[in-house]
Ligand binder design. Structure first.
Ligand code: F6P
Length: 538
């Protein structure tokens, strides 16, 4: 269905035009409804979501919900949750929610209940982590493992690295975890810096086990380990998480050390799977389970009534701005040092999922799709890009995330409570300044902040494993809502394939060292290759 051809779409266009012509402004919306903040604050799990500073009234929300209804968003979510092959271009179900479903709940994929396989893998990863932390799983020379290095990229790194940092307060200290993703040799070099191969374990996380960056790093890491331990012993220092078991075994990893993920778990949605093994090693099984329970709380909230859910509302707000206001971006600013990687994780979730230009049937989508997502951590971002948020010529709807209490491990530090309070005050102040601005002082337009710039504030008591899980699922579900409105496939990523193929062809040429760059390349690439060769020799 072409959603842009529906009466619901037209009604929203008309509504947006009317609102814009009438000069809708946030101050006016609050004046009109003294309890707007109360009306426009929702809760999901432990999260308080204040969406009162959005350019919407009751009528807008009704029209957006009507649009979602027309697009069949609830039905699409239900189809996803029940294991239908909603990833139509790859003929796969999309069941990351099954990873956090209560034990014993059947999850049927192609007529087979995969819940026992999920439970078995959870048991295996749990046992592995217990053995690691107890010093029972040792290196080849008999020394205990002190450092775990996650080798993976994209969804096989972003979520786990984000969670590892977010939950620093919950690390047991049993093992140190590092993450290496980039094929740039500097990445592995710093990942290995100061490590002893005899006390290091590598987790190669790759759903397909064919990703060039990950395999190159895994080979280099193995050579590094083998140079000290010998090649046979080095393989004891590698485990894998993959849906391509045979390739991992062929790489030299013991069959018992291969943990499963499945083709029905998208990489960017996979942090609740064994792909989170490094996180589990860092925070322990119980905290990992608590994070999954947090995700589950939001899954259940959505499953209970997608149309009335908070992710539905937030997803529709992004559609409102993207399609009816023409805003191109969304900023995400956690006021939490430990959530520094959250915007980077979210970039893949939203932009790889919904950066699409055709609908499910292959026809052009006919409207804008995913917004550009970027951000940084507050308060640092205030001293960097907030100037543009406040006075730039483009409005950037902004999500603020902040906790009421400091992270447990720093709460006792001298003055931590006061500094955390200042952090919170800054967060609230930014949302207020964006919304209400400030008038020109003595007609000095340089000092005027126009205000009327929308934001969401997400508040929770403390950054715990369940709260992190809830945040993750809140954004995952919003992404699914967006994609369902636009009628696109949020679960494939064919756009990244061409670059990989071209890189392979260019690399072949660079390695062959031919005097002339291969004629198969375009003229611009040939010219770059020539410059590269000259510079390399300088
Ligand atoms: O190149 C994109 C991508 O396929 C992502 O979707 C994925 O998260 C990443 O590469 C890593 O893939 P894999 O886990 O198979 O190594």
């Amino acid at each position: 269905m072409d959603i842009t051809a529906t009466t619901e779409w037209t009604a929203l266009h008309r509504h947006a035009r009317d609102q814009q012509a009438a000069g809708v402004d946030l101050a006016g919306l609050f004046d009109a409804d003294p309890d707007r903040a109360g009306h426009c604050t929702s809760t999901v799990g432990d999260l308080v979501v204040d969406w009162s500073r959005h350019l919407v009234n009751d009528g807008t929300v009704e029209l957006l919900l009507a649009l979602a209804d027309r697009a069949g968003v609830s039905e699409r979510i239900a189809a996803m949750l029940s294991g239908e092959p909603v990833n139509v271009t790859e003929g796969r179900p999309v069941l990351h929610t099954a990873l956090r479903a209560p034990a014993g709940e059947a999850v049927v994929v192609g007529g087979v209940d995969v819940a026992p396989a999920i439970a078995a893998e959870r048991d295996r990863t749990g046992a592995f982590v217990r053995a690691l932390l107890a010093g029972e799983r040792r290196g080849a020379t008999g020394l205990p493992i002190r450092t775990v290095v996650n080798l993976g990229i994209g969804g096989s790194q972003l979520g786990p690295a984000m969670a590892h940092q977010a939950l620093a307060a919950f690390r047991s200290g049993g093992v140190e975890c590092r993450f290496v993703s980039n094929i740039d040799p500097a990445a592995l070099a710093s990942g290995l810096d100061g490590l002893d191969p005899a006390e290091t374990l590598f987790i190669v996380v790759s759903k397909g086990f064919a990703t060039a960056e990950t395999l190159a790093n895994a080979r280099a890491a193995r050579a590094w380990a083998a140079s000290v331990l010998g090649s046979e012993a080095a393989s004891r220092h590698f485990v894998a998480v993959t849906a391509n078991r045979d390739a991992a075994i062929e790489f030299g990893i013991e069959p018992d050390d291969v943990f499963a993920t499945w083709d029905w778990v998208g990489g960017r949605f996979s942090m609740g799977s064994a792909a989170g093994l490094a996180v589990m090693a860092a925070i322990g099984e119980e905290n990992f389970a608590a994070m999954l329970a947090g995700m589950r709380a939001v899954d259940e909230h959505v499953a209970a009534g997608p149309a009335a859910s908070v992710p539905m509302l937030l997803g529709l707000l992004s559609v409102w701005y993207r399609n009816f206001w023409g805003f191109q971006m969304r900023a995400v600013v956690p006021y939490s040092e430990r959530l520094r990687l959250f915007p980077v994780w979210l970039q893949q979730v939203i932009m790889e999922s919904n950066g699409k230009r055709v609908r499910l049937d292959g026809s052009p989508v006919g409207c804008e799709t995913a917004e550009v997502v970027w951000g940084g951590v507050g308060t640092d971002s205030q001293h960097s890009f907030h100037q543009l948020l406040h006075q730039g010529t483009t409005a950037v709807p902004t999500d603020f995330i902040v906790m009421a209490r400091p992270d447990a491990d720093v709460a006792g530090a001298a003055g931590a409570a006061e500094r955390h309070e200042a952090l919170v005050a800054n967060c609230f102040a930014q949302a207020a300044a964006l919304a209400f601005g400030s008038p020109a002082a003595e007609d000095d337009s340089h000092r005027e902040l126009p205000g009327n710039r929308p934001s969401t504030v997400i508040l929770a008591a403390e950054l715990t494993p369940p709260v992190l899980g809830q945040l993750v699922a809140l954004y995952e579900h919003q992404t699914v809502v967006q994609g369902a409105v636009w009628g696109i496939n949020s679960f494939d990523q064919f756009g990244v394939e061409l670059g990989k193929t071209l890189a392979d062809a260019i690399l072949d040429d660079l390695r062959a060292g031919a005097a002339e760059a291969g004629t198969s390349h375009d003229p611009s690439t040939r010219s770059l290759i020539a410059h590269y060769r000259r510079l390399r020799e300088l």
